[in-house]
Design a protein around this ligand. Structure first.
Ligand SMILES: NC(=O)c1ccc[n+]([C@@H]2O[C@H](COP(=O)([O-])OP(=O)(O)OC[C@H]3O[C@@H](n4cnc5c(N)ncnc54)[C@H](O)[C@@H]3O)[C@@H](O)[C@H]2O)c1
Length: 251
């Protein structure tokens, strides 16, 4: 499939589990991918893999909490490529805790990475998309946005905000030809999930048993959905929150 031939895609959190899979998938389908992440070694190895496989990718090492760095990154991409067709807002963090146990710093950090970074990137990317009357934005929310898991208030609230942000952007810019959708994954096997399991003293096998489908999901399965939503195969999908969970309900 060459659904992204000639297109330019920006993927945040491109060094992490889902972001790396999305970057690889879009590049394999012909996109020139700019993968952005604050973790330089992980990002560089993803980009090197893509290039070694004959794809086009570049690394942007950036802390997305820094608004002016985000703006400069987008300006640089537009100067080099003249367009951004696809923006995948995937970078995110998890800080656990309930209202009383969570620190105020973790509350603010969660908003800064999970929500504010998306706000700033969309503001930087949208004018060019509007001018060309085309563009697709896919935000990575979470199943926990719709059905909150316990002891995860900062994460759940920021992801619910990402879901609402997605629907708002879709309503406001659909008339300009821009499609904005969100993916709401359940449990997906990534470094973030591994960290969570370690903290809880649980195993992947235990988690597998909680999913009606018999196992947790893979980053590649999420990447396939992101690619579909970002592609011209989904022309009427706009403002959708698409769950990908293996039929798991939040425990
Ligand atoms: N893994 C899951 O089960 C799951 C479920 C639902 C939603 N999600 C969401 O999917 C997205 C990707 O998660 P993942 O599981 O691949 O996690 P991950 O930890 O493997 O990857 C996240 C990436 O984001 C980057 N990042 C974090 N803060 C950043 C910042 N300030 N600036 C730049 N980069 C930053 C990290 O360096 C990392 O490479 C996240 O938004 C997460 O909330 C994951």
């Amino acid at each position: 499939m060459e659904r992204f031939r000639g297109k330019v895609a920006v993927v945040t959190g491109g060094g992490g589990g889902i972001g790396a899979a999305v970057s690889r998938r879009l590049a394999r389908e012909g996109a020139a991918v700019v993968a952005a992440d604050m973790s330089a070694p992980a990002l560089q190895s993803v980009v090197a893999d893509i290039v070694a496989a004959g794809g086009a990718a570049e690394a942007a090492i950036i802390d997305l909490r820094d608004e002016s760095a985000s703006r400069l990154m987008i300006e640089g991409i537009l100067a080099r490529h003249q367009r951004i067709d696809v923006l995948v807002n995937n970078a995110g963090i998890f800080r656990g805790g309930n209202l009383l146990s969570l620190s105020e710093d973790d509350w603010r950090l969660s908003f800064s990475v999970n929500l504010d970074a998306i706000f700033h990137l969309c503001r930087a990317v949208l004018p060019g998309m509007i001018e060309r009357r085309a563009g697709a934005i896919v935000n990575i929310s979470s199943q926990w946005a719709l059905s909150p898991a316990p002891n995860s208030i900062a994460y759940n609230v920021t992801k619910a905000a990402v879901a609402s942000f997605t629907q708002n952007l879709a309503r406001d810019y659909a008339p300009d030809g821009i499609r904005v959708n969100a993916v709401c994954p359940g449990e997906i096997h990534t470094p973030m999930l591994e960290e969570g399991l370690k903290r809880a003293g649980r195993t992947v096998e235990q988690l597998n048993r909680l999913v009606p489908f018999g196992r947790i999901g893979t980053s590649e399965e999420v990447a396939a959905l992101v690619a579909f939503l970002a592609s011209n195969e989904a022309p009427f999908m706009c403002g959708s929150l698409v769950e990908i969970t293996g039929a798991q309900a939040v425990a």
